[in-house]
Unconditional design. Structure first.
Length: 50
């Protein structure tokens, strides 16, 4: 039972860090364009090798 005094604060700190990282990523525009990177490989104009 005494292990909960160690694990619970660590879990809370990790959860707060994850939420803070998500908020930072959304505010800096990391999730602005989700479609173009996946489609970029289909529009490759490189000529095939001989």
């Amino acid at each position: 039972m005494s292990v909960i005094y160690i694990v619970l604060p660590i879990a809370i700190v990790l959860a707060v860090a994850a939420v803070a990282a998500f908020i930072w990523a959304t505010r800096t525009g990391q999730y602005d364009d989700m479609d173009s990177p996946a489609l970029r490989m289909l529009n490759d104009e490189e000529e095939p090798r001989a």
